[in-house]
Design a protein around this ligand. Structure first.
Ligand code: PLP
Length: 395
């Protein structure tokens, strides 16, 4: 019964999800507190208090048929206008409501965008390691994902390999900073270089190449590191934002696309993306959540809680002899596997009730992702198990 396109998806069902289910199985045997599940990026920090307060206030103050009703397929105008104003204040941009399209999270935002711009056979470039769903989103519209191999010294983009992969079929390039799974943040210099390469290639090839900035982790950056706003570097940029991680609302499915005036054919792209939102069946982003985020534009993620986790985990793992670069953002740590086959390393970790995700799930074998959006106590309890794993490898 199922389609040919779905068959490989069913066969390779997400390793991360499988790991999550394995965590539940182990928890039943050993007790939840003795299983150290670092597999999913599901924030354990509760949503800021402004979120619940906004939900209550909306239900009290706004009319029920309005709050729960349909609106324009691109979202409420007052919400889009407030988001544009907030971005302008924070980043010195000049957006207006018709640059903002409300989406069902970043995942849906990217699908809307690719539905809008991809023809069959068009290529989309991603830098390994990358969020593996990108390949599925691109293939949904018969596009082809082209992967730039990682620079495992820095996990910054490998610019030479990037240049070589841009061709006539290149329609888009995805960047994700702060990055899942490495925690790396792209600097001003990195973004300038990407913009320069794309600008030169557009001129050389006579094509338009869209830079897609996937930004669910924008607000999660540490040690005062700056996360530059990408539209300032390159005109053909579309930002794909999500509140899933910044406001700890992953199940509520709310985010937006920024389609700036500077993008080629901006108005047509915006109109087409609005239709894509409808015909993909989203129709519009969740109404209540649109009204909530408008009231929470000043709310801050609890970055301090993640930072505390990051510091404990990073310093402890280094002390035990493991190798990894220090994450500057997001809530992931990308650890070098002490043996070449990182899946075998994951199996050793599992023996000690530690669940981590193999790097091959991010097109970067030889590493594992540790998701530290868990309780501080879980990290504290897990340290003896990590130490035992290090000892097993003689680190
Ligand atoms: N992009 C990256 C890099 C992610 O890590 C995730 C979720 O983990 C998403 C997109 C999807 O986010 P959303 O919940 O907004 O769909």
């Amino acid at each position: 019964m199922i389609s040919e396109k779905m068959k490989p998806l069913v066969q390779n069902n997400s390793a991360i999800r499988e790991m999550f289910e394995e965590g539940n199985r182990l928890a039943k045997i050993y007790g939840r507190e003795n299983v150290y599940d670092f597999s999913l990026g599901n924030p354990n920090v509760p949503a800021p208090p402004e979120v619940d307060a906004a939900i209550r206030a909306i239900l009290d103050e706004e009319e029920s048929t309005f709050v729960h009703g349909y609106m324009s397929n691109s979202g409420y105008e007052d919400v889009r206008s407030a988001i544009a104003a907030s971005l302008n204040e924070r980043f010195g941009t000049a957006f207006h409501q018709d640059n903002i399209l409300m989406t069902v999270g970043a995942a849906s935002g990217m699908n809307v965008l690719f539905k809008t711009i991809l023809n069959p056979g068009d290529e989309v470039i991603a830098f390994a390691p990358y969020f593996l769903e990108y390949g599925n989103y691109v293939r949904n519209y018969d596009g082809k994902l082209v992967v730039v191999p990682p620079d495992t010294e820095t996990f910054q983009p490998n610019m030479e390999a990037f240049k070589e992969r841009i061709g006539e079929k290149t329609k888009a390039v995805i960047i994700n900073t702060p990055n899942n799974p490495t925690g790396v943040v792209y600097s001003d210099a990195t973004l300038k270089k990407i913009a320069q390469i794309l600008t030169e290639k557009q001129t050389e090839l006579g094509t338009e190449i869209v830079l897609v900035s996937d930004e669910p982790y924008r607000e999660l950056a540490y040690d005062g590191v700056e996360v530059p706003y990408v539209t300032k570097y390159y005109a053909n940029t579309v930002v794909c934002y999500s509140y899933s991680k910044s406001l700890s609302l992953p199940g509520e499915r709310i985010g937006y696309l920024v389609i700036p005036d500077a993008l080629a054919d901006s108005k047509t792209v915006f109109a087409a993306a609005t239709i894509a939102n409808r015909v993909l069946g989203c129709v519009n982003a969740p109404s209540l959540m649109q009204r909530v985020v408008m009231r929470c534009l000043g709310a801050k993620a609890n970055v301090a809680a993640y930072d505390r986790n990051r510091n404990l985990l990073y310093t402890s793992l280094l002390e035990y002899g493991f190798t990894c670069i220090k994450p500057q953002g997001a809530f992931y740590l990308f650890l070098k596997s002490p043996e070449p086959d990182e899946k075998a390393f994951c199996a050793v970790c599992k023996k000690h009730n530690i669940l981590v995700v193999p790097g091959s799930s991010f097109a970067c074998p030889g590493y594992v992702r540790i998701s530290y959006c868990v309780s501080y106590e879980q990290i504290e309890r897990s340290l003896k198990a990590f130490k035992a794993v290090a000892e097993e490898y003689g680190l």
